[in-house]
Design a protein around this ligand. Structure first.
Ligand code: 5CA
Length: 437
C-alpha cells in the first residue's frame, strides 16, 4: 500500500483525555475513533491488527478441535430468565424492547444462548465431548468505561463453551483450553500467566485469568516470580502433557486480588520471589459444571441410562483488548514495535523524497513491486516530508522492519532496520530472508 492513499488520520498532539499509552497511540495513529462513551469505530490500521489477532486465536482454537460458529449479538431475555441471571446481571446488561414489546438484550456473554442451542439438538453422551466457540461483539454497560478499548462498553470477544458428560471429562476440556491459551499468547509474544481468579457473574468454582504484567493494568496480582520462568512451549496436547502443564502452573502461587491471602502468600513464596503488581486480564476461563445446564434443563442420556445435566465450562479472550495490551507491552520510549505475527504491514519502505534525489523514490518503487510479487505486505511511504518527520511517524505506526532508501544506500544494498536495532546494509534477497524469518 502507498501511505499517501491509506486512511490513516494521524494527529500530532497527544490526546488530553487518554491516560494510558495504548489509548494515546491508538488515537494518534488513527487506529480507532470514539463514537460514544466506551464505543469505538475501528479504522483500517486498528482493524487490520485486530483481525490478525483474531486469526491467531481462531487457528489455535481450531487446533484443539473447537468448532467455530456465530451467535447473534441480540438475545431474547427468556433464556436469561430461565437461568436466573436476567435480574442478577443488573445495570451492566443493555436491555432492549422490540416493536412487539418483547424483552431482548445485547449479549454481554453467551452461556444461556449456547446452552439453549445445545439442548435442542444433543441428547446423548455419544455426541460428547463438544467444544464450540464464536468471535463476536459483546456489550456491557460498564459504569466507568476507560482506557480506550481496554475497558469499553462494546468489545470484541472470543468465547468458547465446552460440554462433557462428567466433571472428570470436563476438566480435560478445561486443560485443553488452558493449553490453547498458552499457545495463543506465545504466538502473540505475550507473557500471559494463568492466575487463580474469582468467577464473578459467570459463576463456578474453578477459574483462571490470563494476566500480562503492566503498570497500567486494572487487576492487582500476587505471584511467585518463578511462574514466569515456565517455558510454555514445552507442552503438547497429549493428556499426559496437559496434566503436567496444570501441575507445573499450580505448583506456584499466582492469584488475582479476590483470591489473595497474605499469610498464604508469605508461607508459600519466599520474600525475594514475591511479585505484587498490576496486570491486564486478556483472557478468563471458567469451569462451572451444571450451573446453566441444570436450570435450562440441558440433559443428555448417560451411558447407564439415566439423564444427567451436561457439564460445562466457558472460555473468553478479549480480542479487542489484546490490541491495547500489545501496545502497552511493546510501545517503549515512544517507539512502537508490533510483533511480526500481528503487525499491520510486514515492512515499510522509507525513501528520501526530495527534489534533488529522484533516484531514491524510483528504487523504492522497484523494491515495492518486487516485495509485493512475493506476497509480502509492504507499505511504501510516498509522502512528501523530510526524513526525520517520516521516522517520527513510523515510530508510532510500529511496522517492525524498515528499508530506508537515502544517502547510505549503495547500488544494490539498502539500509535495513529492525526497530530497536542498528540498521545494516543488505541486498534485496537478504532483506526478504529477514522479513520472512
Ligand atoms: N463468558 C465468560 C467467558 S467466555 C466471560 O464473559 N468472561 S469475562 O467476563 O472474563 O470476559 C472475557 C474477556 O473479555 C476478559 O478476559 C477480557 O479480556 C475481555 N473483556 C471483558 N470485559 C471487557 C471490557 N469491558 N472491555 C474490553 N474487554 C473486556
Amino acid at each position: 500500500m502507498l501511505l499517501s492513499k491509506i486512511f490513516l488520520p494521524l494527529t500530532k498532539d497527544l490526546p488530553t483525555d487518554a491516560k494510558i499509552k495504548s489509548h494515546q497511540l491508538m488515537l494518534r495513529v488513527g487506529m480507532i475513533k470514539q463514537s460514544s462513551a466506551g464505543i469505538y469505530s475501528w479504522l483500517p490500521l486498528g482493524f487490520k491488527v485486530m483481525k490478525k489477532i483474531e486469526n491467531i486465536v481462531r487457528q489455535e482454537q481450531n487446533n484443539i478441535s473447537a468448532q467455530e460458529m456465530l451467535m447473534p449479538t441480540i438475545q431474547s431475555a427468556d433464556i436469561w430468565k430461565e437461568s436466573g441471571r436476567y435480574n442478577e446481571y443488573g445495570d451492566e446488561m443493555l436491555r432492549i424492547k422490540d416493536r412487539q414489546g418483547r424483552e431482548m438484550l445485547y449479549g454481554p456473554t453467551n452461556e444461556e444462548l449456547i446452552t439453549e442451542i445445545f439442548r435442542s439438538s444433543i441428547k446423548s453422551y455419544k455426541s460428547l465431548p463438544q467444544m464450540l466457540y464464536h468471535i463476536q461483539w459483546k456489550f456491557r454497560d460498564e459504569v466507568r468505561p476507560r482506557f480506550g478499548i481496554m475497558r469499553c462498553r462494546e468489545f470484541y470477544m472470543k468465547d468458547a463453551y465446552s460440554f462433557d458428560i462428567s466433571d472428570e471429562e470436563a476438566k480435560k476440556s478445561y486443560n485443553k483450553m488452558f493449553y490453547s491459551y498458552l499457545k495463543i499468547f506465545s504466538k502473540l509474544k505475550l507473557k500471559a500467566i494463568p492466575m487463580a481468579a474469582d468467577t464473578g457473574p459467570i459463576g463456578g468454582e474453578l477459574s483462571h485469568e490470563f494476566i500480562i504484567l503492566a503498570d497500567t493494568g486494572e487487576s492487582n496480582v500476587y505471584a511467585d516470580k518463578k511462574i514466569f520462568e515456565i517455558n510454555t512451549n514445552k507442552y503438547d496436547s497429549s493428556e499426559k502433557s496437559l496434566e503436567k502443564m496444570r501441575n507445573d502452573f499450580s505448583s506456584f502461587y499466582a492469584v488475582t486480588d479476590e483470591k489473595f491471602n497474605k499469610s498464604d502468600f508469605d508461607t508459600k513464596v519466599k520474600k525475594d520471589d514475591q511479585i505484587s503488581t498490576k496486570g491486564i486480564e486478556v483472557g478468563h476461563i471458567f469451569y462451572f459444571g451444571d450451573k446453566y445446564s441444570k436450570p435450562l434443563n440441558c440433559l443428555v442420556d448417560h451411558q447407564e441410562g439415566k439423564k444427567v445435566a451436561v457439564k460445562m465450562g466457558s472460555y473468553g479472550i478479549g480480542v479487542s483488548r489484546l490490541v491495547g495490551a500489545l501496545i502497552e507491552v511493546n510501545f517503549q520510549n515512544n517507539v512502537m514495535k508490533w510483533p511480526k505475527s500481528v503487525s499491520p504491514y510486514d515492512v515499510v519502505i522509507i525513501p528520501n523524497i526530495n527534489k534533488n534525489d529522484q533516484k531514491s523514490f524510483e528504487i523504492a518503487i522497484k523494491i515495492y513491486k518486487d516485495l509485493k510479487k512475493q506476497k509480502i505486505d509492504v507499505l511504501l511511504d510516498d509522502v512528501d516530508e523530510n526524513m526525520s518527520a517520516k521516522f517520527k511517524k513510523h515510530d508510532l505506526i510500529g511496522v517492525p522492519y524498515q528499508i530506508i532508501i537515502g544517502s547510505r544506500s549503495e547500488e544494490n544494498r539498502f539500509e535495513f532496520k529492525e526497530v530497536g536495532e542498528n540498521s545494516i546494509l543488505l541486498n534485496l534477497e537478504e532483506i526478504k530472508e529477514k522479513i520472512k524469518n
